[in-house]
Design a protein around this ligand. Structure first.
Ligand code: HEM
Length: 205
């Protein structure tokens, strides 16, 4: 019975479609935010290139083995996920019983929509929350230091199923893209921000 339930074509289609839908634009848009933030903040992009030049120093493929040696890259990804704030409102929940929370009584069956952005933009945890500041994820020794409040994948039992895959994609794509290219804003004006340029990085390091 177990296998006949899971082997139905409809079930398989539904599961694969879920993964495709949930996994595609979320990761692609996050990468787009990373590129745009670095296009806008050329100092941050210079720092990233300096780190890649220092640590990788070649055109070779950057792998997971390099991850711990690239703290600024990890900080750029973390800060882009925080500021990009992909899923502003999390997926709604329905209460299965009456609860009292911080003095508020909520009835069974109430729909609750957790706001991830309230956490990602909490200025007590992330001062100047609307600024792109990768340094907030570096400790005093320059090592990458995440924060428990960085929750773009949500938390709890129903948190993102594809988190580890998404993290791998964001890291590998960003690292290898910026090891080969620099991106810039062709018009140098805020209103033309989306008209970017992309050039091959010189490997005469
Ligand atoms: C940067 C990329 C991604 C972000 C920011 C993201 C974020 C999220 C968030 C916030 C949720 C809702 C969790 C909740 O209800 O508490 C979610 C659910 C989900 N995500 Fe992702 N996701 C990403 C990439 C992916 C990838 C690559 C996959 C799969 C290949 C994936 C598959 C899923 C699935 C299946 C769920 C539903 C989990 C459930 O309801 O139990 N996601 N994601």
């Amino acid at each position: 019975m177990y296998s006949s339930f899971f082997c139905r074509d409809k079930q398989l289609f539904g599961n694969v479609f879920d993964l495709w839908l949930a996994g595609q634009e979320s990761t692609a848009y996050t990468i787009a935010w990373i590129v745009l933030y670095l296009m806008k903040d050329l100092k941050a992009q210079e720092k990233l290139h300096a780190e890649l030049t220092k640590v990788i120093d070649s055109d070779r493929f950057i792998t997971h083995e390099d991850k711990n040696n690239l703290p600024y890259l990890n900080a750029v990804i973390a800060e882009s996920q925080r500021l990009g704030n992909l899923l502003v409102n999390n997926i709604p929940r329905r209460l299965i019983s009456d609860i009292t929370y911080h003095g508020y009584t909520l009835k069974k069956d109430t729909i609750v929509v957790p706001e991830i952005s309230q956490v990602l933009y909490d200025e007590k945890i992330f001062p100047e929350p609307h600024k792109f500041l990768p340094e907030r994820f570096l400790d005093s020794d320059g090592k990458f230091q995440t924060k428990p409040e960085l929750i773009p994948f949500s938390i709890g039992k129903r948190a993102c199923l594809g988190e580890s895959m998404a993290r791998a994609e964001l890291y590998l794509f960003t690292a290898n893209l910026f090891n080969h290219f620099e991106v810039s804003n062709l018009h140098k004006k805020e209103e033309n921000f989306f008209w970017g340029g992309c050039g091959k990085r010189s490997k005469e390091l």
